[in-house]
Design a binder for this molecule. Structure first.
Ligand code: TYD
Length: 208
């Protein structure tokens, strides 16, 4: 079983993922928690390049770095875990490329879909949880977090984008989710973390 977590900056998806992992651990259920970019050794090097606010990347260069990260991630972590019957929980996956590089940067969405297919040999999640939140709120949360952790420069390349960019991301996620209702589940992320986790668990009811 492969579950991905998606949403805008500061949407609380990583906090919900943390909460889900705690519940699974309590139930003694095994899982592999991973993330993009940075889910493999190669990916960690790519992540540093991709998120550093000092790097000015052409959209196409950015795209292929994310795809390289994903291809290695699938090859090294996701596919072997699934083949062994395991549960994979990934903080972001291919939908992030469709939404950020497509709806955000303006690259062609159907081309991105096909490039993703090549990068991951057709592997899409069984379930994708989309944490939906107004970009004004998400951006404020994310910028505060980066300031608190001292990562405004090293991890702040996307937080530095303007509000219009983040609005396109939110709308992009919602419209892409509508096109794939069989796997997307939408979580209202504008409520306190405990309620976000409760919605998450409700969507996954019957799986664990
Ligand atoms: P990260 O610090 O993991 O942010 P978050 O906590 O919001 O997940 O940074 C990942 C950033 O990379 C995020 O801004 C979205 C962006 N991204 C893409 O643009 N395309 C992609 O394919 C992926 C996986 C991420």
């Amino acid at each position: 079983m492969f579950i991905s977590f998606e949403g805008i900056e500061g949407s609380g998806k990583s906090t919900a993922l943390e909460g889900l992992c705690a519940v699974l651990t309590q139930k003694s259920l095994a899982f592999t928690r991973t993330r993009e970019p940075g889910g493999s050794a190669l990916g960690k090097a790519l992540r540093a390049l991709l998120l550093d606010a000092r790097n000015k990347l052409a959209s196409e260069a950015e795209l292929f770095l994310y795809l390289a990260d994903r291809a290695q991630h699938v090859h090294e972590v996701i596919r072997p875990t699934l083949d062994a019957g395991g549960l994979v929980l990934s903080d972001r996956y291919a939908d992030s490329t469709i939404v950020y590089q497509g709806f955000g940067r303006g690259l062609d969405v159907s081309t991105l879909f096909h490039l993703n297919e090549t990068a991951v040999s057709g592997l899409w999640p069984d379930i994708t949880l989309l944490f939906d939140l107004a970009p004004e709120e998400g951006l404020m949360r994310a910028q505060n977090r980066n300031l608190r952790m001292g990562t405004a420069i090293s991890e702040g390349r996307f937080e530095a984008e303007d509000l219009a960019f983040h609005k396109r991301i939110r709308e992009g996620y919602l419209s892409w989710a509508q096109r794939h209702p069989e796997r997307f589940r939408i979580v209202d992320a504008a409520v306190p973390p405990g309620e976000v986790l409760a919605q998450t668990m409700a969507h996954l009811q019957g799986i664990f």
